[in-house]
Design a protein around this ligand. Structure first.
Ligand code: MN
Length: 251
């Protein structure tokens, strides 16, 4: 609990304050007006797991980010655009089309400040990639161009059900959560983690070797998943456990 909330909690006696969980959002320029979007499934999952969701704007005055850091107890880096490959020192291949400079700039700085303060972090889809890149890692810009043996990862059917299996390492946060070595997950990503960033380790891979989950190897709580647990909660209740475990770290 951060200082401001602790003060409120003290003022109100024994009243329990739920953790406030920031959720990053997508810049949408496709319509008549510019808007920030976040899938409602993230919001629902945070509420169901006992947190208070707060959707974050892609601030461009980076010093204002400290206002978010003071307010939040944990941050979910959500899905969305590809990260510009320039961030990890490459030019884009032709399959990389949908990027957002504004979001990259905001999220990288938000991650650095949150990580520096030890705030718990959950990265989902683009979020696992953001976490990895922010810590100095790189990405496969397009799985099917760059990994010859890759199986399917870009399901276009409904996202609520499992599409492929992942193998979870026994000594990992993800195993603590699911208590299983193999689970089915959805898959709607054309990129994945390549070289690992600093202080990260792999906690799950798909059968073809594609990295599907990473976690912190130091005292910071960082969990990244390449699948979308928030979208599976409605039909596979067990996926809310990822959010419960994360929010428990935010107290
Ligand atoms: Mn996948």
């Amino acid at each position: 609990m951060n200082a401001a909330l602790a003060e409120i909690a003290t003022l109100e006696g024994t009243k329990f304050m739920k953790p406030i969980i920031g959720i990053t959002s997508r810049d949408d320029y496709t319509g008549r007006i510019k808007i920030n979007l976040v899938n409602h499934t993230y919001i629902d999952a945070v509420i169901e797991a006992g947190g208070i969701p707060l959707v974050l704007a892609n601030l461009q005055d980076l010093d204002d980010i400290d206002g978010y850091i003071k307010t939040l107890d944990g941050i979910i880096f959500s899905g969305g655009e590809d990260i510009s490959p320039l961030v990890y020192g490459e030019n884009p291949i032709k399959e990389v089309k949908n990027i957002s400079y504004r979001r990259d700039k905001f999220e990288l700085e938000l991650f650095n400040r949150a990580y520096g303060k030890g705030l718990p972090i959950l990265g989902i889809c683009r979020g696992i990639q953001l976490v990895n890149v922010a810590l100095g890692g790189s990405l496969y810009q397009d799985i099917h161009q760059q990994i010859p043996q890759a199986l399917g990862h870009v399901s276009t059917y409904r996202i609520e059900g499992g599409y492929h299996t992942i193998d979870i390492k026994r000594d990992s946060i993800l195993f603590d959560i699911f208590k299983e070595k193999k689970i089915q997950v959805n898959s709607q990503h054309h990129q994945s983690v390549k070289d690992l960033g600093d202080n990260l380790r792999v906690s799950a891979r798909a059968q073809d070797g594609v990295i599907e989950a990473i976690e912190s190897s130091n005292d910071n709580f960082v969990l990244g998943v390449q699948f979308h647990p928030e979208a599976m909660v409605s039909e596979h209740k067990e996926f809310v456990c990822i959010f419960e475990y994360f929010i428990n770290q935010c107290k």
